[in-house]
Design a protein around this ligand. Structure first.
Ligand SMILES: Nc1ncnc2c1ncn2[C@@H]1O[C@H](COP(=O)(O)OP(=O)(O)OP(=O)(O)O)[C@@H](O)[C@H]1O
Ligand SMILES: [Mg+2]
Length: 339
């Protein structure tokens, strides 16, 4: 997987809407067989990147190669190589699952003799065989999304783009869709690019992640690499649970020797500090600041900590619907400084 062919490579990919830069000089690559996740809050530019890579939107500057083709000069060839699971499902409620898939196959000129086999294989993968002749309108959101996902595979693309594939699904459907994504990737070594703003989704599914914020890639790497990157060079993450924490509790730690970042979410403050400066310093500082500690321990960084560290922003996890994200939410109390 890691030594695979280059399937996507972007070159200072940029998209502006009037004078607003939605995607800002993005350089990323995805190799064959990888599941690559674009992880970032609402408005970060994830969908815009995907729209450019699938030729639905033209870059303002820069370009990319997708499946070996230039997205501007060889757009037609790119379209022939990719599948797309878009945020909005465009399917016909009055047609059955089978009919919807067949319609799509025809649209993509899948040879007639292959189409039926392909549809039944795909229905089998997502456990929907027995629903083949049922109208889509009668399906739950989770069932519809399974059809929506396999629909992107009808044309046998080499790369599939999935924009928030689990958005708005209940926990069980979410788990199922994640399983199918894994299965599809493993079965055919399919390259998958997905967007999400759910930390543990990216952590669970993706071989590599691009953290994106304000149109820029803040950091890329495997989930484990990203997590260890914030505590490398002799640093450690200390998690403090503070009783009735004042909203500026994190700030007090930032001025301490050896502290590289401190972030707060309600009563939890996470401090990244050099090991040699010692746990005891943190405890002493807490008591100097008059903070009442309920608990303090060294903990393993999560992707959320990573995001906070590199962007200075908290990302709300497990957001079901479009609620205000970092910086706008009522609970945002975080401060972060990066090395
Ligand atoms: N057609 C457009 N015209 C003007 N602005 C746009 C357009 N499309 C996107 N934007 C803006 O570009 C920024 C990035 O949008 P984008 O949809 O790519 O974000 P996203 O990361 O997919 O967010 P979400 O998690 O909400 O889907 C946003 O500020 C958005 O308002
Ligand atoms: Mg989006």
């Amino acid at each position: 997987m890691a030594d695979g062919k280059m399937m996507i490579e972007t070159f200072r990919l940029t998209k502006m809407f009037k004078d607003f830069t939605a995607v800002d000089n993005v350089d990323l690559y995805v190799k064959e067989g990888e599941i690559y996740g674009l992880l970032g809050p609402n408005g970060a530019g994830k969908s815009t990147i995907i729209r450019m890579l699938t030729t639905l939107s033209r870059p303002t500057r820069g370009t990319a190669r997708v499946a070996g083709y230039d997205i501007i000069r060889e757009a037609e060839k790119v379209r022939g190589s990719v599948g797309m699971v878009s945020e909005k499902m465009i399917m016909y409620d009055r047609l059955t699952a089978y009919e919807n898939l067949r319609l799509f196959g025809k649209l993509y000129n899948v040879p007639r003799k292959d189409l039926d086999d392909r549809i039944s294989d795909l229905l089998k993968i997502v456990g929907m065989t027995k629903w083949s002749d049922t109208q889509i309108g009668k399906f739950s959101t989770g069932m519809k999304q399974r059809i929506n996902v396999i629909r992107s595979l009808i044309s046998m693309p080499r790369i599939v783009f999935m924009d928030e594939p689990t958005l708005g699904l209940d926990p069980q459907s979410t788990a199922e869709i994640r399983n199918f994504i894994k299965k599809l990737n493993e079965k055919d070594n399919l390259t998958i690019v997905l967007t999400t703003h759910i930390m543990n989704e990216a952590d669970l599914l993706c071989h590599r992640i691009g953290l994106i914020d304000g149109g820029k890639i803040a950091r890329t790497g495997a989930p484990t690499e990203l997590k260890s990157s914030i505590t490398d060079r002799g640093h450690t993450l200390v998690e403090l649970d503070i009783m009735d924490a004042p909203h500026d509790a994190a700030e007090g730690f930032l001025s301490l020797e050896g502290v590289t970042s401190a972030a707060q979410k309600e009563n939890i403050v996470k401090v990244i500090m050099s090991k040699e400066n010692g746990f005891q310093n943190i405890l002493d500082a807490s008591s100097r600041m008059g903070l009442r500690l309920r608990n303090a321990n060294v903990s393993q960084p999560t992707l959320e900590d990573v995001f906070l560290h590199y962007t200075g922003k908290a990302m709300v996890d497990q957001v079901k619907n479009r609620v205000p994200m970092a910086g706008h939410g009522p609970h945002r109390r975080s401060n972060s400084r990066t090395r």
